[in-house]
Design a protein around this ligand. Structure first.
Ligand code: C2E
Ligand code: MG
Ligand code: MG
Ligand code: MG
Length: 276
């Protein structure tokens, strides 16, 4: 009977599903090779501080230059790295590259590195971060770790302990893509985040959507009482920048100021754009 059920279930496998899993397997193989051949790089996008409109830091964003398929965006391989467990090695690589790069920056700018929720399943995460800092000789206060609220959904207590251990190293913790998904303002009470990043979808829609604007106001309103810095991501226009300043955002990131670029093209000063 069990065997029979098993066979029936196997027949439910559709060709598209097999094709999808073949693609996943191929990406996995390619990704392993990419890790060994150094096809993964970090790009850096400036984060602007309100006061004086200077660059206070950079977000490190992973890039895969595939020898045949060209540039593959993170959203096309991060989920597969998460499914296959390669995210642990990939995440450690991202941390190491970003810390080593940031250690060469003369102006003491911070570097922000994204952590996948899956990395929190690895008990070595705190050690990996500590080692990346030590190997690079980067002071912990110059590293920010960006997490999404999904980290607070599963294994909440364990993950909050891990976050606290990371914070005890001296690194700062940002809550990324805030306002999307299961977002709840109550998450802000479960952990003392240093920064909240307003998701770029709200910045994109704030001109037309009263809802988007209301959410931005709710976040900035709360931040002043909780003493959390607010970064607006996806700032593309002067109008968005002006309005977000009025709403009380302290940091800004987006194409208006600079796109993510390879380390050697990193801009160190604003050229006047958005300086008003
Ligand atoms: P994220 O952390 O929210 O990063 C911001 C994304 O917005 C980046 O996309 C960035 O290129 C894009 N962006 C910045 N300014 C603008 C703008 O003005 N307009 C628009 N439309 N987009 C803008 P990217 O580089 O494709 O990365 C996508 C996501 O992939 C990231 O979202 C992050 O969740 C993930 N990711 C990137 N690098 C890493 C990494 O090293 N590790 C992990 N775990 N995830 C990463
Ligand atoms: Mg991010
Ligand atoms: Mg984000
Ligand atoms: Mg985002």
């Amino acid at each position: 009977e069990a065997k029979h059920n098993g066979r029936n279930r196997y027949e439910l496998f559709r060709p598209e599903l097999e094709a999808a899993s073949r693609v996943r397997r191929q990406v996995e193989i390619d990704l392993r090779r990419a890790l060994h051949r150094g096809e993964l790089q970090m790009h850096y996008q400036p984060i602007i501080e309100k006061e004086g409109c200077r660059i206070s830091g950079y977000e490190a964003l992973i890039r895969w230059q595939h020898p045949v398929r060209g540039a593959i965006p993170p959203m096309d391989f991060i989920p597969i790295a998460e499914e296959t467990g390669l995210i642990h090695e990939l995440g450690a690589r991202a941390l190491n590259l970003a810390c080593q790069e940031a250690a060469t920056w003369a102006n003491g700018a911070t570097v922000a590195v994204n952590l996948s929720p899956v990395q929190f399943k690895n008990s070595e995460l705190v050690k990996t971060v500590a080692l990346a800092l030590e190997d690079a000789g980067l002071p912990a206060h110059r590293l920010e770790l960006e997490i999404t609220e999904s980290v607070l959904l599963a294994n909440t207590e364990g993950n909050i302990r891990t976050l606290q251990a990371l914070k005890d190293l001296g690194v700062r913790i940002s809550l990324d893509d805030f306002g999307t998904g299961y977002s709840s303002l109550s998450y802000l009470r479960s952990f003392p985040f240093d920064k909240i990043k307003i998701d770029k979808s709200f910045v994109r829609d704030m001109g037309e959507s009263r809802e988007a604007m209301a959410i931005i106001r709710a976040i900035t309103g709360l931040s002043s009482s909780l003493l959390i810095e607010i970064t607006a991501e996806g700032v593309e226009t002067e109008e968005q920048f002006r309005q977000l300043q009025v709403e009380g955002c302290s940091h800004f990131q987006g194409y208006l100021f600079g796109r993510p670029v390879a380390a050697e093209h990193r801009i160190e000063e604003l050229d006047g754009r958005g300086a008003g």
